[in-house]
Ligand binder design. Structure first.
Ligand SMILES: Nc1ncnc2c1ncn2[C@@H]1O[C@H](COP(=O)(O)OP(=O)(O)OP(=O)(O)O)[C@@H](O)[C@H]1O
Length: 250
């Protein structure tokens, strides 16, 4: 496998006495889409923010292309990493065009704005102000402004949460496209079937700890999934792979 784009070693984070992330170690490789899954409060957002360098770990470290994150000049790091937050509110009521332009400038990209908008399915929204966009439209514009710069590492926190099923699949497709072009992608996904369909490997977090890190197909069969979510999953075999459906709380 290619050299890691991001490597996490013994990563830990706490507030007061509570450990939000504990002893997490894994590599994220160019060309892969890694899904971060786990129940509410498992530590997925905290882990993603540690990976993005937005939080400083209490233990361990994150390295980007072999170099510790704090050693990267902020601008260089921002150019190499695209971060899609769970919640985003711009400081100003920008139009989608302005947000896309800001994204392209931040990434030092020479790509044409109209081309990028078409590629990401937001050409029809360019003149709309942020305040006028629906939740799903905002998510699409935000994703476009981050992916437009073709960052080498893409970290997306529940980027599909506000999207309908078609748009969710389309966004997962764009993350896949970024990976094919060489990006290392980590995405927090709540919809397990979307995660199974769209990710190469899945990292299962529970109570701040990495419970499993396996191929999506393998984790789908793993009883640790049921244990983490407190659910007996029914596994339905289809031509496209396993589908998970929940039987009820344990
Ligand atoms: N600043 C903070 N102070 C105290 N506790 C926090 C803080 N930030 C997060 N937590 C707690 O840490 C745990 C992990 O939070 P995190 O947002 O990382 O979980 P998550 O897996 O992303 O959850 P969800 O699926 O609900 O979005 C939660 O119990 C949360 O309440």
């Amino acid at each position: 496998m290619a050299e890691a784009a991001l490597d996490l070693r013994g990563l830990g984070y706490r507030t007061g006495a509570a450990a939000l992330v504990e002893d997490v170690t894994f590599d994220l490789h160019p060309g892969e889409v890694l899904g971060l899954i786990g129940p509410n409060g498992a530590g997925k957002t905290t882990l993603l923010r540690l990976m993005a360098g937005l939080l400083r770990p209490f233990t361990g470290e994150v390295r980007l292309h072999g170099r510790p994150l704090p050693d990267w000049p902020a601008r260089e790091r921002a150019r190499r990493m695209g971060y899609l937050p769970q919640h985003f509110a711009p400081h100003w009521d920008y139009t989608a065009r302005e947000l896309l332009r800001l994204g392209l400038e931040r990434g030092g990209s020479a790509e044409g704005l109209e081309d990028v908008a078409s590629l990401h399915g937001v050409a029809g929204l360019l003149e709309r102000r942020w305040s006028s966009l629906s939740g799903g439209e905002r998510a699409r514009v935000l994703a476009a402004s981050v992916l437009a710069t073709r960052p080498g590492v893409v970290l997306a926190d529940e980027a599909t949460a506000a999207l309908d099923v078609g748009q969710s699949l389309a966004l997962m497709g764009r993350l896949r496209m970024a990976a094919r072009e060489g990006a290392a992608v980590a995405v927090v996904v709540h919809d397990l079937n979307l995660a199974l369909a769209g990710c190469d490997r899945l990292a299962l977090l529970h109570q701040g700890r990495l419970q499993a890190l396996e191929t999506a197909a393998s984790l789908a069969e793993d009883a640790r999934l049921d244990a983490a979510f407190g659910v007996d999953f029914v596994r339905v075999r289809t031509e496209g792979g396993l589908l998970l459906t929940a039987r009820g709380g344990g």
